[in-house]
Ligand binder design. Structure first.
Ligand code: F6R
Length: 365
């Protein structure tokens, strides 16, 4: 079933252009209008919600962090993102004016399921973003929005994450359009950006050899830092989780602006820092953070949009992603990070598809 790939993780990384296309195109009609799989979210519903909770675990939680940016920007409603195991024990402000969004690949994660039940009990409307059809989370939700990623076998989640992101963007755009918080032009621009993503992901995958070389050079380090601002910080968390779970290298992700409040103390000559600098809006700020770590002689691998060559001055290496709008960069920046985690783990000869101590779905507390 690996279809010639050495591991499921690599196969699933390669399946992303197709999976993203599937998740997206099934929801767009001929006029590029979004259909939410028959989910009825009326303007009245949207005006009733005064807040949204996005609750999930692990990688799905990281998709939720990007979802917060998208929904707050496009639909102008406050969004809180929480890990399910915390949400449950916090007596959160949930009532019938709350939209609760659960994200889960397996649909069987116990903490997510318990959080969902709690939200339902308190009167929230429950929408879930799920990959496994008919799973517990799907069955217990008021509405389900499937990711259509196909089966994900590797324990480390890849295509489930990118398709969860697509679902978040679709929901945010749908809400924004209905509420009138985004213009027709902006909506059309974002749909065009999303439609262009699968091909851009393919381009990044075609250049996987560059990431493989980098991994061969860095695989025996014992710690890696990931930094970024805005949605880049959300992707930094995902890149870090991916690396630690398959390679067992101690990795740490932090919003770049927070570095100087403590973590920069750990920077030494040759410390590996992966710096996500994909946001045009935040580029100068991010550039300053890169200068700060470079001044401590860190080995900086930057991820930036094509053409943004200024970054080369302060980076040891640069991985370029194709140009795109700031909003959708997570769909591209995560790809080299997934590949990096994969190739590092392969260099270290780890059991990539079944990392130690981990299960594909966590059905215990
Ligand atoms: C990481 C990973 C886990 C899952 C988490 C939630 O690669 O796979 O962090 O994302 O256990 O699982 P689901 O999405 O099935 O609820």
């Amino acid at each position: 079933e690996k279809e010639g790939y050495e591991h499921f993780m690599l196969k699933e990384i390669h399946e992303q252009p197709k999976a993203i296309r599937e998740t997206l195109m099934r929801r767009l009609d001929d006029d590029d209008q979004i259909k939410l799989d028959g989910i009825s979210l009326t303007l009245e519903d949207l005006e009733n919600f005064n807040k949204i909770y996005i609750v999930a675990c692990g990688t799905a939680y990281h998709a939720g962090l990007v979802g917060k940016y998208a929904i707050e920007k496009m639909a102008r409603v406050p969004v809180e993102v929480d890990v399910a195991s915390e949400f449950r024990y916090r007596d959160p402000f949930v009532d019938d004016k709350t939209l609760f969004i659960a994200i889960s690949q397996s649909g069987e994660t116990l903490d997510t399921l318990a959080a969902l039940r709690e939200a339902k009990r308190k009167g929230a409307r429950v929408l879930s973003i799920v990959n496994v059809v008919g799973s517990s989370v799907a069955r217990e939700s008021d509405d389900v929005f499937y990711t259509w990623a196909g089966p994900e076998i590797a324990v480390a989640s890849t295509k489930a994450y990118t398709t969860q992101l697509v679902c978040m963007y679709l929901i945010a755009l749908y809400m924004g359009k209905l509420k009138g918080t985004i213009s027709k032009e902006y909506y059309a621009e974002m749909i065009a950006e999303l439609k262009a993503i699968p091909e851009k992901v393919e381009k990044i995958i075609e250049k996987a050899g560059e990431v493989e070389e980098l991994a061969k050079f860095l695989y025996n380090r014992d710690q890696v830092f990931f930094i970024g601002r805005g949605i880049d910080s959300a992707v930094a968390y995902e890149g870090s989780l991916k690396l630690k779970e398959v390679s067992y290298i101690n990795s740490f992700a932090i919003a770049a602006g927070e570095l100087k409040h403590g973590t920069i103390a750990l920077m030494e000559p040759e410390t590996i820092v992966i710096a996500l600098a994909s946001q045009d809006r935040l580029f100068d700020k991010m550039y300053s953070n890169i200068v700060e770590v470079k001044a401590r002689l860190a080995h900086v691998v930057s991820i930036a949009k094509e053409g943004n060559t200024k970054i080369e001055q302060e980076s040891t290496e640069v991985i370029y992603i194709p140009n795109c709008a700031d909003e959708v960069t997570p769909l591209l920046t995560v790809i080299p990070l997934q590949l990096f985690a994969y190739y590092v783990a392969r260099e270290r000869d780890e059991d990539i598809d079944k990392p130690r101590n981990l299960a594909k779905s966590v059905t215990v507390e």
